[in-house]
Ligand binder design. Sequence first.
Ligand code: DP6
Length: 433
Amino acid sequence: MPLGGTMACEKPLAVVTCTAPVNIAVIKYWGKRDEELILPINSSLSVTLHQDQLKTTTTAAISKDFTEDRVWLNGREEDVGQPRLQACLQEIRRLARKRRNAWDGDPPPSSLSCKVHVASVNNFPTAAGLASSAAGYACLAYTLARVYGVESDLSEVARRGSGSACRSLYGGFVEWQMGEQTDGKDSVARQVAPESHWPELRVLILVVSAEKKLTGSTVGMQASVKTSPLLRFRAESVVPARMAEMTRCIQERDFRGFAQLTMQDSNQFHATCLDTFPPISYLSPISWRIIHLVHRFNTHHGDTKVAYTFDAGPNAVIFTLEDTMADFVAAVRHTFPPGSNGDTFLKGLQVRPAPLPAELKAALAMEPTPGGIKYIIATQVRPSTLWGFFSCQRGPPRLGPAPCPYRVSGRKPECLWLLCFIHLLSKEAAGHW
Ligand code: DP6
């Protein structure tokens, strides 16, 4: 997809493509103490998912010939004047200016005055409770940072786009510390444990509906902050201890503790939605059937083998361990028989087909609901650092799979330019490009 309409004579100063992952909160963020700076009323903790299954890809180009900033999302041009997009752009340019002012050698190429064109695509349903804004704004922050040569912490840039986005800047298990300062400088994301820490952990996304949600997170949490006494109690008296306990469970790979707390926190978040006035309800009857299925599955095994969590939508995110995944998928297939899409019902990681044992079927005691779950995405935690490459093409930049093998993070952009240029030249020489 071209980034601009009149690219023929435009030679961009820099073109960067990056990808970013989705994160799923196990201790939920719900409620802001500062709407403009996007500062939360409680800390939160999430698991960053593998990009093979769910990711946002963003390309940004800057050129002296661009007369205005422009942004496309999933092929449609968006209003670049949106306050959150503006906040991200202004913040990244502020950081770039700061870096240039602090430069004590040759100044970096002057790109600050250039306008930017940005195009972003998700490979999963947007705004359906699958954390699309988190991956989207993390990717925007990261790509803009690369294109403007910013190397500082990007928590603030991503957070100004969407609060949960700052957690997608890191792989593995990530906390967003709420901070105390009024300027938000201490409201930052930090990795609790790396992606390699818990290799057996598996994630199943049960897509109940890919429709856009009725009440967006931003509006929903504003209403909850205004009207829910339960939310205030949760933020002040429940979450601090839960953050500490969840961190312990992750560090010790205590699945039972992790799973129980994940479910309890999801339930409390949805209870605050119900406590909001007028009430907000994100869970559908199918979501409730999934909740019952998980509890009956666990009761049958006499142990907590599977956990659910739901964000601001009806889709369930299931956490389990590798050795339980096939059995649980069999239970899901039994309870929600796929329609005509039997072959494509399960996407992502391979799951060995397993028969449903008669005792488990009896213990579930649930009438099948055909088509209740549209499809399942099987995924895991694994490496999820944001990737990117500098495209050296002369024509209009296009979105597509990033072929450059060089990881952007931790390298100087100058050095990357060289690496990617060499990479592209070697591809060209080998007749691949
Ligand atoms: C339920 O980050 O989408 O997914 O900051 O207003 O953009 P804004 O909200 P957003 O809220 C996410 C809420 C949640 C829980 C979570 O991810 O922690």
